[in-house]
Design a protein around this ligand. Structure first.
Ligand SMILES: NC(=O)c1ccc[n+]([C@@H]2O[C@H](COP(=O)([O-])OP(=O)(O)OC[C@H]3O[C@@H](n4cnc5c(N)ncnc54)[C@H](OP(=O)(O)O)[C@@H]3O)[C@@H](O)[C@H]2O)c1
Length: 329
């Protein structure tokens, strides 16, 4: 079977290779074995390859925070999972063709879910969901400001906010995205730039915005903090610029703006296990209903991991880059 290995930390397309390794073997008691169908390349996976992620395991290592698979064998004592089920995996190291994991670490998907979309279910949908519900308690009709609005997370924030009765003002890097995001449910779109506060004020009619979602860092965080109301919150959850989140002391001291951070695992851990399962079941149902799907810019076979990694690092994409690990009819 094939598995992606990185032998050093560095430029993802230079350090990753598709290796032939021994099969995972038959499932033991309580385990399942599944064939990986697709995995996405997320910014955190790229950071992992570069050695810039919070996890930096000994090498060689296999990246991959998420995937979708099809169960091909189950061990003794496993219930609730059957051969042929499509599953997502709560463990890492998913850039591979086959996994053997405890049955308790897989979530069975409803029949009929698009496997390409399901490959992107584990991380971004619950991230968008918890960013909206678990950072600030928003009242109906309130505005949320976010950057990277055309990212997978950003698009989900737009749709989930609209569905729950909150309005979004969305920062992007090119005007060509405005119509597309408006069609998704964005209430306003603005361009990144030094005049952000004026643009946001004009677009929202001077609304009092209590929550800003920042996945850029550096000056973008500073500019966002200028748009947030006194006593409001900027939640930093990613750093596409590679820079630290900075907000000025006048925002912190005089206006009481809070700079906080979000990490999915940390926030999910605040929910009991049955609630986490329920969140994923709800998101899987949303996926089946077509309300949390994400655009895909291209799909590469696992053997072409280097091309896939180059593709995933290109700006201006119109969706995620997926890798197909095993073909199915
Ligand atoms: N903390 C958590 O638990 C958590 C969980 C999930 C995701 N995240 C973070 O959420 C962010 C989005 O993830 P995703 O998977 O949705 O991303 P994605 O779909 O791959 O999209 C990447 C986005 O980043 C933008 N971008 C790239 N470089 C930028 C820069 N220097 N300045 C401003 N924007 C830039 C791109 O804009 P263009 O189209 O203009 O290139 C695009 O909107 C990432 O930072 C990721 O690490 C965090």
């Amino acid at each position: 079977m094939k598995q992606i290995l990185i032998d050093a930390y560095g430029a993802p397309e230079q350090v990753a290779r598709c290796a032939d390794i021994a099969d995972v073997g038959a499932p033991g008691p309580g385990e399942v074995v599944f064939d990986v169908l697709y995995f996405p390349i997320n910014p955190a996976d790229l950071a992992f390859c570069r050695g810039q992620y919070r996890l930096r395991p000994p090498l060689p290592a296999t990246p991959g925070a998420e995937c979708v698979g099809e169960v091909i064998a189950i061990g003794a004592g496993v219930s609730g999972v059957a051969v042929g089920d499509r599953v997502i995996n709560l463990q890492r190291e998913n850039w591979t063709q086959r996994r053997r994991v405890p049955a308790t670490d897989v979530i069975v998907l409803p029949a009929g879910v698009d496997p390409k979309q399901a490959a992107m279910l584990r991380i971004n949908p619950p991230t968008a969901r918890l960013l909206l519900t678990d950072v600030v308690a928003l009242s109906p009709g309130e505005w949320v400001l976010q950057n990277v609005a055309n990212s997978a997370v950003g698009r989900l924030v737009i749709r989930m906010a609209r569905a729950r009765g909150w309005k979004t003002v969305n920062i992007v890097r090119r005007q060509a995205l405005f119509d597309e995001l408006t069609a998704l449910g964005a209430d306003a779109c603005v361009l990144e730039g030094d005049d952000l506060a004026q643009q946001v004020k004009a677009a929202t009619g001077g609304a009092r915005i209590r929550l800003g979602l920042d996945a850029v860092g550096g000056r973008a965080t500073t500019l966002m903090s200028d748009c947030i109301a006194d006593e409001g919150t900027v939640c930093h959850y990613g750093s596409m610029s590679g820079q630290e989140a900075v907000i000025p002391r006048h925002a912190l001291i005089y206006r009481g703006v809070t700079l906080t951070g979000f990490m999915l695992g940390r926030f999910l851990a605040r929910h009991p296990a049955d609630e986490v399962q329920a969140i994923y079941r709800e998101l899987a149902a949303d996926l089946l209903a077509g309300t949390v799907d994400a655009p895909i810019d291209g799909i590469h076979p696992i053997e072409d991991i280097r091309e896939a990694l180059i593709h995933a690092q290109q700006g201006g994409r119109s969706g995620k880059v997926l890798v197909q690990a095993n073909a199915r009819a």
